[in-house]
Write a protein that binds this ligand. Structure first.
Ligand SMILES: Cc1ncc(C[n+]2csc(CCOP(=O)(O)OP(=O)(O)O)c2C)c(N)n1
Ligand SMILES: [Mg+2]
Length: 203
């Protein structure tokens, strides 16, 4: 029963939900390669309930939608519907609208579409964290091509050095090498008033 007295049938998804909650609560071993899921588990630990996560579009979005637990309304903003890529790095309005910490999660493809918005963000005094998942690929498109045809074509990306890119925008760049280091980096990034770029090379 919810607050307005509506009765929902929770039985069909209860087991799945319990499984997701257990999964998110499990601390990833330090030496394991990064996956979106393990990173989300560290991120959820570091973020306060009213902090805001903005998701871009791609393989990472599907995992954010499934595995990122929320505790307050409007704290996980997702580009659904037409699902336009490139919406998360320009998370400027979210950052200006709230005192809570804001994290803009994006794949490398989405970042390359709109990453230059870091210029606007720094100019107007924003201080949010860009969480950049790099797999050198339009990952979701590869997955779909592989599912349909057994191989993928034309999806790989030749990325710039994102740490140098961050430096050139005069913002802090981090490339953590394990889950503990990631937790420390995110704690720093979420508490500073400056823009930060945290690159996560996916295993
Ligand atoms: C503006 C726009 N162009 C193309 C697409 C189609 N599309 C959906 S996901 C995707 C790949 C996303 O790649 P990336 O940002 O690297 O995320 P990943 O899948 O690797 O997590 C593409 C091209 C889209 N949704 N929006
Ligand atoms: Mg990618």
């Amino acid at each position: 029963m919810n607050e307005s007295g509506t009765q929902f049938d929770e039985t069909w998804y209860r087991d799945l939900r319990d499984h997701i909650i257990d999964d998110v609560a499990t601390d990833p071993p330090e030496e394991d390669p990064f996956t979106v899921r393990t990173v989300l588990s560290v991120l959820r630990d570091v973020m306060d309930d009213d902090d805001i996560l903005i998701s871009d579009v791609g393989s990472h979005k599907l995992q954010i939608a499934q595995n990122f637990l929320t505790y307050e309304p409007n704290t996980c903003l997702i580009s659904n519907g037409l699902a336009s890529m490139g919406i998360s790095v320009p998370g400027i309005a979210a950052d200006l609208a709230t005192d809570a910490a804001v994290v803009a999660a994006t794949g490398d493809g989405g970042f390359l579409m709109n990453g230059a918005e870091i210029e606007t963000a720094t100019r107007v005094g924003c201080g949010y964290t860009i969480l950049l998942f790099t797999d050198d690929d339009y990952g979701l498109i590869s997955e779909k091509q592989q599912a349909h045809r057994g191989e993928s074509f034309g999806t790989t990306l030749t990325n710039p050095d994102f740490m140098t890119l961050a430096e050139s925008f005069r913002i802090e760049g981090y490339r953590p090498e394990g889950h503990d280091e990631l937790g420390n980096v995110l704690r720093d990034a979420l508490t500073t008033d400056e823009m930060s770029l945290v690159e996560i090379p996916l295993g």
